[in-house]
Design a binder for this molecule. Structure first.
Ligand code: SF4
Length: 469
């Protein structure tokens, strides 16, 4: 069904007053149900059942590979990573990962094409050239990777572990997209977060990435770090615009030193206060939009010619654990410690403990320790939430057609909330379609939360969620 968006206001500028009024803490919906619903009663039989249905569907596959090691600690970091200088530790992990690749590949029908693969971390590029090559070929031996003209193969890069030659190796292996962890170009900010990487280093990598013709380069940036101000972030964004990456992620830094110990090493007195963070976010976002970037949603910007922006304009954008993607009909197989899979109607996750992961793999046991089987209601709500997040609209007739329900009856309680959002200017309703306004997109999770049936209980339990600020 083709839906035309009409009558939306043109104003796409970030409005601090509006965000202040409407921002709420809530899930980021890289999945629905969220990982909070994963439980340990999930069994290996549940996983095998999903794999069986997945094989019957003959859907293509997507792979996520988690490489958790880093050479040094960035104080703001909240990732599942291990700081080490030990080659032995890296080797032991790589051996365990290779065992998992062999084991899981046997579950899936041979020949199912892999159109998408992402290596994340930690720092994938902390592994040396020989190790990266070994891993790529091991995956290629056991899964059917399509050629890199048709496939989307991406890797996260810490510029401090990268050279132009190593970048050439990645391109030669088949990677065609890279994501660089930049965070901020200001020297004082970099020193405070223990991540010093001069502009010149990034400039050289950008030149090399263009020479090697990577299809897309993403920059990760963070706002809310010590010593950042509207002016200092404006300078960083100017430098980013000069380097012209295809995509930009602008993440909020959430200061939770009780939960993430290393954050206690940051100079707390130098952290921008909530009001200043809001000003930084709005100024930086407007600067990117003025420079021609399109706001995709949930922290992401892209050039209008980038595949993400094109897919969104055509109604073909999707979302998974890596953020936004152009691939919909693929089952996601997670490989490595803490990785999450989405196979048919099941989410499942490998153990988050690296010691347990390696032990299980060395014994030849399954590394999956939690998961959830989606009910039909989960699937309907997921379709609604993903449509709002990715296409910025909700078309009740599409949901009715897909799931055989009467939308107004099924979502009797939620309809009232949708009307409130129309009154507040977050949505406009035209011809039975709810379109998210440009302002509504700034607080999109608030709209999605209306359809999250598990949320009230989590709120009651005191679960802490992130927010824009
Ligand atoms: S390199 Fe990335 S994963 Fe490693 S400590 Fe720094 S931010 Fe965290």
């Amino acid at each position: 069904m083709h839906v035309v968006k009409e009558g939306l206001e043109e104003d796409s500028l970030w409005d601090s007053e509006f965000i202040r009024q409407h921002d709420v803490a809530g899930p980021r919906y890289t999945s629905y149900p969220t990982a909070l619903q994963f439980h340990e009663e999930f069994t290996h039989e549940d996983y095998l059942g999903a794999v069986g249905r997945s094989n019957e569907s003959r859907m293509p596959l997507s792979l996520y590979v988690h490489l958790p090691f880093c050479a040094s600690l960035c104080y703001y970091c909240a990732c599942n990573k291990v700081i080490t200088q030990s080659d032995e530790k890296k080797r032991r992990y790589l051996d365990a990962l290779i065992k998992e690749i062999r084991m899981k590949s046997r579950d899936f029908d041979q020949g199912r094409p892999v159109y998408q693969m992402h290596w994340g971390g930690g720092t994938p590029t902390y592994f040396n050239e020989a190790e990266l090559t070994e891993l790529w070929f091991e995956i290629g031996r056991h899964f059917h990777l399509v050629d890199s003209e048709r496939g989307e193969y991406s890797i996260e890069i810490d510029p401090r572990t990268m050279t132009a030659d190593k970048l050439g190796l990645l391109k030669g292996l088949g990677f065609n997209r890279i994501s660089l962890g930049i965070q901020d170009f200001d020297r004082k900010v970099q020193e405070a977060i223990n991540r010093v990487q001069p502009f010149q280093q990034i400039e050289e990598l950008m030149m090399a990435s263009r020479n090697y013709q990577f299809r897309s380069v993403n920059f990760d940036l963070i706002y809310g770090l010590p010593y950042q101000s509207v002016g200092s972030v404006r300078d960083t964004i100017n430098q980013v615009i000069e380097l012209s990456p295809d995509r930009i992620s602008l993440f909020n830094y959430a200061h939770l030193p009780q939960r993430f110990k290393s954050q206690g090493l940051l100079p707390e007195e130098a952290l921008p206060l909530a009001e200043e963070k809001l000003q930084i976010l709005c100024a930086a976002s407007n600067q990117l939009i003025d420079a021609g970037y399109v706001y995709i949603g949930m922290d992401h910007f892209a050039k209008p010619t980038d595949e993400l922006a094109v897919a969104q304009a055509e109604g073909n954008l999707h979302r998974n654990f890596q953020g936004y993607t152009t691939f919909k009909d693929a089952d996601l197989v997670g490989l490595g410690v803490s990785s999450i899979s989405l196979i048919n109607n099941v989410y499942c996750q490998n153990t988050k403990s690296i010691t347990e992961y390696q032990g299980l793999m060395e014994e030849g046991d399954s590394p999956i320790t939690a998961g959830v089987l989606l009910s039909t209601d989960d699937e309907i709500r997921r379709a609604v939430i993903m449509s709002l997040l990715c296409q910025n609209w909700l078309v009740p007739s599409q949901i009715e057609e897909q799931y055989g329900i009467v939308f107004e009856d099924y979502f009797f309680n939620e309809i009232r909330g949708l009307s409130d959002f129309v009154e507040e200017g977050l949505l406009v309703r035209q011809g039975g379609v709810y379109n998210v306004t440009s302002k509504g997109r700034l607080v999109i999770r608030k709209i999605c939360m209306l359809f999250d049936i598990y949320l009230p209980q989590h709120m009651k339990d005191g679960t802490r969620f992130s927010r824009v600020l």
